[in-house]
Design a protein around this ligand. Structure first.
Ligand SMILES: Cc1cc2nc3c(=O)[nH]c(=O)nc-3n(C[C@H](O)[C@H](O)[C@H](O)COP(=O)(O)O)c2cc1C
Length: 212
């Protein structure tokens, strides 16, 4: 496959069975998690935490939490996209401290922005924080899904799991986190029936409208 993102997006598909003999190298995982971390997020606050699971016993448990979907059991790794359920003033302070350290910015210049951000989040109720953070999770998810395709790594985007079960399995609640999306990744099995199917998409004229 040549390194063209459009070709990669044609090549990828929601993989239902992975080759359990072919595991992803750590260098490959490192590149994927870097792409995750580079995703743009609202205010740059990165309210998404990624768990990278390759423990096969844990994968078995996650499979049960996903109604037995085979891709979770057979994948090389499972990426679990989790959101922060609280954005505290301390968390916002950390963000500004990082900016000051990395960019050597004068803290006085940032002060009004810092105060404004703390106020915005103090006015959000719990559901508003979760909705906002969930939007950021979907954004990182889309970015990682495309990056995997670009890297020739197969993946299955997944909402089909019970988040309460996944939260319990990974002990997320006590870390003020909630699972939102799963992305099993690895290499497609040659027996995956779905790999030979054509892509089903609307014709472009039905999904895009030009206003000139
Ligand atoms: C957010 C999201 C959630 C999905 N959840 C599941 C899932 O739980 N199980 C599954 O087999 N496929 C799931 N899919 C895969 C879609 O069915 C698939 O992406 C879509 O039919 C388009 O096919 P393609 O990805 O092979 O091009 C999900 C896709 C997205 C984007």
């Amino acid at each position: 496959m040549d390194k063209d993102l459009l070709n990669a997006l044609q090549w990828r598909y929601a993989t239902k069975t992975f080759d359990t003999e072919r595991l992803l190298a750590q260098e490959q995982i490192d590149r994927i998690v870097e792409a995750f971390n580079l995703t743009a997020t609202s205010y740059g606050l990165q309210p998404v935490k990624l768990f990278v699971v390759s423990d096969k016993a844990l994968q078995e448990e996650l499979t049960k939490a996903s109604w037995g979907q085979k891709q979770v059991q057979t994948a090389s790794h499972i990426l679990v996209f989790c959101i922060k359920t609280q954005i505290t003033p301390e968390y916002i302070h950390d963000y500004f401290e990082r900016e000051i350290e990395i960019r050597n910015t004068d803290p006085n210049i940032l002060e009004p922005y810092r105060r404004n951000m703390i106020e915005v989040f103090s006015n959000y109720n719990a559901d508003e924080v979760i909705n906002w953070a969930t939007n950021q999770a979907y954004l990182t998810f889309g970015n990682v899904l495309s990056f995997c395709a670009y890297e020739g790594v197969d993946a299955c985007p997944m909402e089909g799991f019970n988040p309460e079960d996944v939260d319990r399995i990974l002990g997320l609640e006590e870390q003020n986190l909630k699972s939102v999306l799963l992305l099993p990744i690895g290499y497609r099995s040659k027996d995956d029936f779905f790999s030979s199917l054509k892509k089903v998409r609307k014709p472009i004229e039905k999904s895009v409208k030009y206003i000139r």
